[in-house]
Design a protein around this ligand. Structure first.
Ligand code: GLA
Length: 382
């Protein structure tokens, strides 16, 4: 049974009726454009066919009562009194409610059952999926208009200020605004979005190294600070405003490490724009080459890869049917994404799994992902 059926079944058993609403919010994989979002640059993610699901009904009081099947826990909080309750899944729901309330929305309580099949902590945005699922649930029960762009901004605020993780806008935005069958080129300054299809005959493979990173760890914030320092020293608002030629001309004004961080961001923005064009032109090889270059830059200049991610990217490139592969998400563990020939995809996964196991002794999880639509809600009877 998938998570959609499981939440509905448990809802019936626990609350004695059909759920009035069913919410789905997908995870995402980023094809290219890494660590560029908080530099007001470009990203090219897609929402995937793995999601957080909530089956729920409104309540007549100000309580939110939620049961998580993944954590085997039922918890509640009151919309009149937001208090932190230690780390845990409920804080993502509560933080989202807090951010919506802070924005002046009048919220109504609900009760429901949650479950998902987005692997947690793998770099596929399980937390943004949970927050955007909560945002859809609150919007539906409270009669708020649904626009994924401002909602993504509020979920980002929840993650930054309530959960305490300094992420950018990419994850909640693509979780909210993903387009079926397409990746989306996002300008993280204007939030303008351009859907782009994957090249015909290709598929995205997500290759989970089974190693995990801690996003709250200091490295992510350190990279952000280095990028901000680079922008300051170069006299621009964000690294988005710097071209490769400008950076080269001013290279003497940056400390060596800061220069390498900036070099990654500037080149990654250019690669991401080129990859979107190449995808539209159906040029899988060109997209793959850009993905490989992105990985090298993240490994050598930005220094957010890991031995497991490097090994997985190598295994992918050695397998037949692979156009290119790179680490995806924040880094230091989690997943590699590869662009693969659809006809060869199954054999590709088998080959990569064998090779990675031999090389590292780790047991990977490998799957193909379809680009899906962003967060949605269905009312009973629809
Ligand atoms: C994490 C953050 C995103 C983005 C990526 C790196 O996933 O949540 O905002 O910065 O890292 O591209």
């Amino acid at each position: 049974m998938g998570p959609a059926e499981r939440v509905a079944t448990v809802f019936r058993a626990r609350f004695g009726s059909e759920p009035a609403l069913r919410v789905r919010a997908p995870g995402r994989v980023n094809l290219i454009g890494e660590h560029t979002d908080y530099n007001e640059g470009f990203v090219l993610p897609m929402a995937i066919d793995r999601a957080v699901r909530i089956a729920l009904r409104p309540r007549s009081d100000r309580t939110v009562l939620a049961a998580s099947l993944d954590f085997a826990e039922e918890k509640a909080f009151c919309l009149d009194d937001f208090a932190r309750d230690g780390p845990g899944w409920l804080e993502y729901v509560k933080g989202t409610a807090w951010a919506l309330a802070e924005a002046g929305h009048r919220l109504i309580g609900w009760e429901g059952v949650l479950a998902g099949d987005v692997p947690i902590g793998a770099g596929l945005s399980s937390s943004a999926a949970l927050e955007m699922a909560a945002a859809r649930a609150f919007s539906a029960v409270s009669g708020l208009a649904w626009d994924p762009v401002p909602m993504a901004g509020l979920c980002r605020r929840a993650e930054n200020e309530w959960v305490g993780v300094g992420c950018g806008i990419m994850d909640p935005l693509i979780v909210g605004a993903g387009r079926e069958g397409h990746a989306t080129l996002v300008d993280c300054r204007s939030l303008e979005m351009r859907p782009v299809p994957l090249p015909a005959g290709t598929v995205a493979a997500v290759l989970d190294t089974s190693t995990r990173r801690e996003l709250t760890g200091s490295a992510y914030n350190e990279r952000r600070a280095e990028c901000e320092q680079a922008a300051r020293l170069l006299g621009v608002e964000a690294l988005r405003d710097v071209s490769a030629a400008q950076l080269h001309a001013r290279r003497g004004s940056l400390p060596e490490v800061v220069l390498r961080r900036a070099r990654h961001i500037v080149a990654e923005n250019e690669r991401t724009l080129e990859a979107a064009d190449a995808m539209e032109d159906g040029e899988a090889r060109r997209v793959g080459r850009l993905m490989n270059e992105s990985h090298a830059s993240l490994r050598d200049d930005f220094e957010v890869s890991s031995p497991a991610l490097d090994a997985m990217a190598e295994c992918a490139r050695e397998a037949s049917g692979c156009y290119g592969a790179r680490m995806t998400g924040g880094g230091f563990g989690g997943c590699v994404v590869a662009l693969v020939d659809e006809a060869a995809a199954r054999a590709f996964l088998d080959g990569v799994g064998r090779r990675y196991r031999d090389l590292t002794g780790l047991e990977p999880t490998l799957y193909l992902c379809r680009p899906e639509a962003g967060a949605s809600v269905t009312r009973v009877g629809e």
